[in-house]
Write a protein that binds this ligand. Structure first.
Ligand code: AMP
Ligand code: GLY
Length: 428
């Protein structure tokens, strides 16, 4: 493919895609970045084009009609629908796994069987399609126990059950109810793991991979990690939780067996592999695989990379060898998510967002749930509205920048956690 003056199409509409568009736009190889469909803030900075990301034909015709050289697919839904297969079969290289490889995120049951087959550490489990067999299995499980809808559920398909009644009703709700749709037609019942969670992101090209800085997300809505689960209320990187030696051992026990196992099973994995790890007293265990960059982790890990990422993404998409490692800045980054009060349940939309006229150094505003109203003003349009990113020589200075930025952004229902990275500050 032509690798100069590239026209890149980024697919998606969240904070992850805003960051990906900025990273691509910095590349010397790139002439233009277009985002489809994007959001209000993205539209102020990049060309955007309306697109239903669940419609592969529309993705292909948009890429063709705009003369796109390379596509970066952000979210899991088009990846699981085979958007990359459609594009690459039509001669347009696209970053991300193909449909078969994307099952690592699209089916938790598939992933658990894969992990068991290749002896990769994970929680003990059972996969079930009928209530009777699931409830029979639950009767022998220790509490708490975790019930998961096998398919995609936008982060809502995991229920940690403290009583047998709760677990039985979670299983019934998934297998017989309608709240999880097709995604709940199979359930995974899993041992509850205790420990700290961390996100390991890799860019892969078959068995070749490069690691990105280790990060930690904050899934709960409330300070002190309490309350309902969200898509992520903030993240930071790197983390002292995982030393270089520990990372090397995770590569040995988890990363290489995973990529070798995929190859053995006939899956050529290209794109992002995001490994959700629980660091238990019995060692690290895989909680989940995602086949795309984390959101909001992307907002902190990609800006820490100190080299042009576009050639790496292209090499991954083409199945070429990757560099041994990426050059990473000796800095820290934090993103604090500004949400609409009420999220992850019901929340208002359409509130005008006031942004600072000048951005302080080492900070960045990343748009997620925003749109433009009839007066071309940026208004809130989702639960997670904006990511306030701070960078610095230390985590403390990154934090100061991020929180200063949070205070300078206003909308009526603004809510954010004041304790992002609290675990890292409590580590000695
Ligand atoms: P998943 O989508 O499978 O990563 O699950 C979402 C969240 O649920 C994880 O980030 C964990 O916080 C929690 N979780 C999932 N599985 C387990 C488990 N087996 N034990 C404890 N917590 C879990
Ligand atoms: N922040 C969690 C995720 O992207 O899945």
């Amino acid at each position: 493919m032509n690798e100069e003056n590239l026209k890149i199409l980024v697919i998606g509409s969240g904070g992850r895609e805003h960051t990906l568009a900025k990273i691509c736009n910095k590349s010397e190889k790139v002439e233009k970045v277009i985002v489809a469909p994007g959001n209000g803030g993205i539209a102020k900075e990049f060309d955007t084009v309306a697109l239903d990301v669940e419609n592969n034909e529309e993705i292909l015709s948009t890429a063709k009609s705009m003369g796109i050289d390379f596509v970066v697919v952000g979210p899991e839904v088009p990846l699981c629908n085979g958007a990359v297969d459609i594009l690459s079969n039509a001669g347009i290289p696209a970053y991300g796994p193909n449909k078969s490889a994307a099952r690592l995120e699209g089916s938790k049951a598939f992933t658990k069987d894969f992990l068991a087959k290749h002896k990769i550490p994970t929680a003990s489990y059972g996969n079930f399609q009928t209530c009777e067999s699931a409830i029979e299995y639950l009767s022998k499980c220790e509490l708490p126990v975790v019930v998961k809808a096998s398919g995609l559920a936008a982060g809502k398909g995991v229920i940690i059950c403290n009583t047998r009644e709760e677990a039985d009703s979670a299983v019934k709700d998934m297998l017989e109810g309608s709240s999880f749709g097709e995604s709940g037609k199979e359930v995974v019942i899993e041992e509850f793991l205790e420990g700290e969670e961390t996100s390991l992101h890799l860019i892969c090209s078959g068995e070749n991979y490069v690691t990105l800085p280790m990060s930690q997300d904050h899934k709960k809505i409330g300070e002190g990690d309490i309350g309902l689960n969200t898509g992520g209320m903030g993240a930071y990187a790197p983390t002292k939780l995982v030393s270089q030696e520990m990372l090397a051992s995770y590569e040995e026990s988890i990363v290489r067996p995973t990529l070798a196992g995929l190859k053995e099973d006939g899956i050529d994995f290209r794109g992002t592999l995001y490994i959700g790890l629980m660091l238990t007293s019995n060692g690290p265990k895989v909680l989940e695989f995602n086949v795309r960059f984390g959101d909001p982790e992307t907002q902190v890990i990609l800006p820490l990379v100190d080299q042009d990422l576009v050639p790496v993404l292209i090499d991954s998409a083409l199945g070429n060898d990757l560099p041994d490692r990426l050059t990473v800045k000796n800095k820290s980054a934090i993103v604090v998510v500004l949400a609409s009060k009420g999220y992850p349940e019901s929340y208002p939309k359409g509130e005008v967002i006031h942004l600072p006229e000048e951005l302080p150094v080492d900070s960045e505003i990343i748009h997620a749930g925003t749109t433009l109203n009839e007066n071309n003003l940026i208004v809130s349009d989702g639960g997670r509205v904006i990511g306030a990113v701070g960078m610095g020589e230390s985590l403390q200075s990154a934090r100061n920048q991020a929180y200063k930025l949070c205070e300078s952004i206003d909308f009526t229902s603004k809510y954010y956690r004041k304790d992002i990275a609290h675990r890292e500050f409590s580590r000695v």
